[in-house]
Design a protein around this ligand. Structure first.
Ligand code: ARG
Length: 455
């Protein structure tokens, strides 16, 4: 492809480090779509004549069908997907193939292909997130009023509802989808026509190619168009945050499915056994999702490191962008699918949740609030009185509702039997009616809002 300037071919090691066809063949469909749009534009602007454009169009259809059928012979000596496609096109249609690269460079070509690919991944990620949100919504709806312990520091804090806990993840994943949508909108500008770096002297129509490929507009600066990969970094950053959310949910499922918690039972379909311990049912999918974030964040850091310090415009370093993004995208989609299956299949144990909800003095805050409301104590004093009652219960080896009224009055004389009404976990959650609170009525409102949003 640059034989004119060279007397000798590349060393085998040179070819090995230089070739990207081993991975960038995944850009075949995008590459061919970009070439078709470019050829059509070259025809419309009179840069190529109609017969060449028709030959290129038909040839590209054939190339794509060969690639899809698996009959295409990829060649490492042709370096990358762009040269492999063009070479095959030449074999199919002859000289017209050589005209396709008019007013174009592999630099704007690869930038375009990769944007198209990453844009698709944003859409796929959003779809995957919506599916997981639906699975969580179903869980939330089934147990909107089931009580369970809420934790801080993984110590029992206050009772919450199962539905509320599920809906917390629905909110997080909603923001993840929003980040992918934002990244998609920002990346949706077309580099094609930036050529090598400076634009071209041919009278091309960049709006036409941008439109044909579903971009909002052409990139406004040709140097920027070929030399930034911030769109891929934004995808990786959004994917990293999403993977972090998945990892936290996965961690909860690991804890919850343990014999000590028994909050949930994972389905056989999403569990594994042990080769030595017959009783074991392991949450491997959750553990793997918990771990997968390492690859995704790793890809984000790797690409940032590749890009930092690169002078404008294109440098071959940028060929290292693809494998990281491919792996991160594959990993994210797999993690989303596995989490969706696990959540859809899992069974929450209402009784175990309820039993745990009352343990650990989880309604102590309700008692303190009662003292503020009914006995007019300042909150700090109420906190102290309640702390004393917790210590008393702990010493007696019982829970707060098991203390007698005399026990309570011994600590503060203003306490009446009405206090027992707020010590139940059901009362506790039902009282938390503030906007965004855990009361079942509030949770059902949020479920309805999200059902509407997800359609
Ligand atoms: N395979 C290259 C990449 O992935 C395509 C662009 C090559 N451009 C160049 N000037 N060598 O980045």
């Amino acid at each position: 492809m640059w034989g004119g300037r060279f007397a000798a071919g590349p060393d085998a090691i040179m070819e090995a480090i230089n070739a990207s066809i081993g991975f960038d063949r995944r850009l075949a469909a995008q590459d061919i779509a970009g070439s078709r749009a470019h050829a059509a534009m070259l025809g419309a602007t009179g840069i190529l004549d109609a017969s060449d454009v028709a030959a290129i169009r038909e040839g590209l259809v054939t190339v794509l069908s060969e690639i899809e059928a698996g009959s295409f012979a990829f060649r490492a000596d042709l370096e990358d997907i762009h040269m492999n496609v063009e070479n095959r096109l030449r074999a199919l249609i002859g000289d017209a193939a050589g005209r396709l690269h008019t007013a174009r460079s592999r630099n704007d070509q690869v930038a375009t292909d990769f944007r198209l690919w990453v844009r698709d991944q944003c859409d796929a990620g959003i779809d995957g997130l919506r599916a997981l949100q639906r699975a969580l919504l179903d869980q939330a709806e089934a147990g909107a009023d089931w009580v369970m312990p809420g934790f801080t520091h993984l110590q029992t804090a206050q009772p919450v509802t199962w539905g509320h806990h599920m809906m917390a993840y629905v909110e997080m994943l909603g923001r993840d989808a929003g980040r992918l949508a934002d990244a998609r909108a920002r990346m949706n500008e077309c580099p094609l026509g930036a050529a090598a770096l400076a634009g071209t002297g041919f009278a091309i129509d960049r709006d036409m190619t941008a439109r044909a490929l579903g971009f909002e507009r052409p990139c406004a600066n040709s140097l920027d168009a070929v030399s930034d990969r911030d769109f891929a970094l934004e995808f990786l950053a959004a994917a990293s945050i999403c993977a972090m959310h998945l990892s936290r949910l996965a961690e909860e499922l690991v804890i919850w499915s343990s014999a000590q918690f028994r909050f949930v039972t994972l389905s056989d379909r999403f569990s594994t056994g042990s080769s030595i311990m017959p009783q074991k049912k392991n949450p491997d999918a959750a553990e793997l999702i918990r771990a997968k974030i390492g690859r995704i964040v790793g890809a984000n850091v790797a690409l940032l490191t590749v890009m930092k310090g690169l002078p404008l415009a294109y440098s071959k370093d940028m060929q290292e962008d693809k494998e990281q993004v491919f792996d991160a995208a594959d990993t994210l989609m797999l993690a989303l699918a596995a989490m969706t299956g696990m959540v859809a299949d899992m069974t929450a144990d209402r009784a175990a949740l309820a039993a745990a909800a009352g343990a650990g003095f989880s309604t102590a805050t309700d008692l303190a609030d009662w003292l503020v409301r009914e006995a007019n104590l300042p909150f700090r004093d109420a906190h102290h009185v309640t702390g004393t009652l917790v210590a008393l219960a702990e010493a007696k080896g019982c829970d707060l509702p098991d203390l007698t009224l005399d026990d309570m009055r011994g600590v503060h004389p203003a306490i009446t039997s009405g206090v027992f009404d707020v010590l139940g976990v059901e009362n506790s959650v039902a009282s938390r009616m503030s906007y965004g609170g855990t009361a079942p009525a509030r949770v059902r409102e949020q479920i309805a809002v999200w059902k509407d949003r997800l359609g």
